[in-house]
Design a protein around this ligand. Structure first.
Ligand SMILES: Cc1cc2nc3c(=O)[nH]c(=O)nc-3n(C[C@H](O)[C@H](O)[C@H](O)COP(=O)(O)O)c2cc1C
Length: 142
């Protein structure tokens, strides 16, 4: 409605029927609220994690080892941060929810279901069409 020519979505697709993410990860995306994520120095740069013990440890390590990360500066990762992430992947495979590494955006707060990707895309298109058709009339009058 504000002139976007497209949208970029990542987290939403984790929580779909066809996604091959671990069921625990999918469920975390569905269950968590907007403020239950944390950002830290990730494997490829800045990353946002669904909050759990592992995410908190990564944030604490980032604060300790690379504090300028939180001033928006590019920082190198450290072995200690990488170790936390590597074991986060292992714990993900082992189904350990507290210490699994779970990426996800703040948008988790707006995701409450596990649709098929077809239903997801169809609903987005239907809602977009409805808004584009009705909102201009509400603003400008008929
Ligand atoms: C599990 C996961 C992995 C991602 N990996 C990368 C990546 O390797 N490189 C990258 O540039 N963006 C990556 N992204 C970010 C997405 O490309 C996208 O920009 C972002 O997810 C959009 O925000 P949203 O998740 O709130 O929809 C990743 C996102 C998720 C959820």
């Amino acid at each position: 409605m504000m002139g976007a020519a497209g949208i970029q979505m990542g987290t939403r697709f984790i929580a779909t029927q066809e996604s091959d993410f671990e069921p625990m990860w999918k469920q975390a995306v569905v269950n968590r609220e907007e403020r239950q994520t944390l950002a830290g120095r990730g494997l490829f740069g800045p990353m946002r994690f669904i909050r759990n013990k592992r995410a908190e440890e990564i944030v604490e390590r980032t604060l300790e080892d690379a504090p300028r990360f939180y001033l928006g500066e590019p920082v190198e990762s450290t072995e200690a941060i990488l170790d936390l992430e590597r074991s986060g992947f292992t714990d993900l495979m082992d189904g350990k929810e507290d210490t699994a590494l779970l990426f996800g955006g703040e948008v988790v707060g707006r995701i409450h279901d596990l649709p098929t990707t077809a239903d997801l895309i169809n609903n987005i298109m239907t809602e977009a069409k409805m808004l584009l058709e009705t909102i201009p009339g509400k603003v400008l009058g008929k």
